[in-house]
Every structure is written in C-alpha cells, then in structure tokens.
Ligand binder design. Structure first.
Ligand SMILES: [Zn+2]
Ligand SMILES: [Zn+2]
Ligand SMILES: [Zn+2]
Length: 260
C-alpha cells in the first residue's frame, strides 16, 4: 500500500502514526506538534533520544529566584523555536519542608510569561546552577522527611535541564544566614523533628507554625560583634520570607541566647 500524504501538511509522505492526530503524519510535522503534555508517554517518536536532547538544550530565557531567604520561589524559563516560553516554577522551603510546590507550562506566550513574573516584585535574576542546587536540596529534604513531592514536579522538571551533575554536599539544611555553611547533626535533627511535628499538626504555612533560626558559628560571631540589630534584621527577613506567618515561637540553637 502506498503511504498517503501527511494529514497535517499534506506535502510529505505520512509514515508515522500519530496517536494525537489518529492518522499518519510525516516526521517533520511530528517533531513540530510533539508536546510532552499531549503526547502519550509510550509514543515511540515522543520518547526518542533526539527529542530528549533537543528539549534540554532549548536556550535559557530567564532564571529567577525570590531574594528573601527561607521560602524561595524559583523560575526557570526556556525559549522555544516558536518564540513562546516553557517554564517551571517551584517553591522551595530551604529551612524546613524542602520542595513543596510546583507548576509550569510547556507553551505560553512571552508576553503572558513576563506579566506573570512581573507580579512578583521579589524576583531577581539568578544563576541556573545555584537554582538547580536549591531545588535538588529541596527534593532531598522532602524525601528525607518522607514528604510527597508536588505532583506537577514530575511533569515540568525536565525544563530545569540536567540535575544529575549538581552535587549536594554537607548537611541537609544550611546556615539560615549565609546559606552556605553546614549545621551540626543535632541542629539538623531538631529542624526535622519540628518540621514533622508541624506537618503532622497541619501547622505549616499557618500562624502557629514553629519558626527555627539556626546559624553557623561564623555568622553567629558576626552577629555578636555587630550587636542585636543584625540579629533582629535577620529575623525580620526570615519573617518576610514566610509571608503571612506572624505569630510564632522562635528557637535558637541551645547554647545560644533564647530570643523572645
Ligand atoms: Zn507533514
Ligand atoms: Zn506523537
Ligand atoms: Zn553562616
């Protein structure tokens, strides 16, 4: 039987059966209409190697991260050949729950994307590897605590690109001030315990959430030299990062002063 023409372009021979079109299409049109959200995972053409490689190598359009510490919103956007944008937006609670929210799109007009990010004034340009590291640590935190990753994450994570090459070192949580130095095992255990208690009580994201603030020895030294104001500022920043959560008890590492 002679192959008939592709039902989309009607120019080239339709040699691939497309599940979406329910008819034969050509390889060129197949590539053009392929969409991770609409194509079934078991489509042999969708899963092809070239497609996977092509997806990861779309040029970066924007990498954004909110500046207040604590809960970070991170957006990675790539520009598609058609000029539209594909993006993933994640919320990472670097102090307690890890990766806790995700959404995105595989095709959104540039204008609409820019309007969306324009609504969040705390976004600043960020480094892709740094963002990947925060997200990967967020995954590790959630997994360590036994929390479920956001369902949407599996759908959009490929937009981030390769996470395997990103190495996580040191303690699970980092100094709440510099974000780099390790915390002690006892401190990490304390954070895990409080987080799990809050999760179990349904307190996360509410006013009764327990707020912890652990800093490394280096940052603690700095605070003591510059006096209480620095500490207060850090706490204010932490409070800002956890919008809408005002009243809460504050813990500090045991050998430190107890605040409030
Ligand atoms: Zn065609
Ligand atoms: Zn297909
Ligand atoms: Zn520090």
């Amino acid at each position: 039987m002679k192959a008939k023409n592709c039902v989309i372009c009607n120019i080239r021979k339709g040699k691939r059966f497309c599940v979406k079109e329910k008819d034969y299409i050509c390889s060129k049109c197949c590539g053009l209409i392929r969409d991770p959200q609409l194509c079934p995972n078991d489509c042999p053409y969708f899963g092809s190697l070239t497609e996977k490689k092509g997806q990861e190598e779309l040029p970066i359009y924007k990498v954004l991260m909110t500046t207040p510490k604590g809960s970070r919103s991170i957006v990675v956007a790539r520009e598609k050949e058609n000029g539209n944008i594909q993006f993933i937006s994640t919320l990472v609670d670097e102090w307690k729950m890890g990766l806790k929210d995700c959404f995105g799109s595989y095709d959104i007009p540039k204008k609409e994307f820019n309007r969306f990010v324009g609504m969040q004034p705390q976004y600043a340009d960020a480094n892709l590897d740094e963002c990947k590291e925060k997200i990967k640590r967020g995954i590790l935190i959630a997994e360590t605590l036994g929390l479920k990753l956001p369902r949407e994450f599996s759908k959009f994570k490929r937009i981030l690109g390769d996470l395997d090459s990103i190495e996580l070192t040191g303690s699970l949580y980092k100094c709440f001030d510099c974000g780099k130095a390790d915390l002690t095992d006892a401190e990490v255990e304390a954070i895990k315990e409080v987080t799990l208690r809050d999760v179990a009580a349904g307190d996360c994201g509410t006013e009764s959430e327990t707020m912890l603030y652990f800093v490394c020895d280096g940052c603690k030294g700095k605070e003591e030299c510059e006096g209480e104001s620095n500490e207060e500022r850090a706490l204010a920043e932490a409070a800002k990062a956890r919008r809408g959560r005002d009243k809460r008890s504050r813990y500090r590492r045991s050998r430190d002063r107890r605040l409030i």
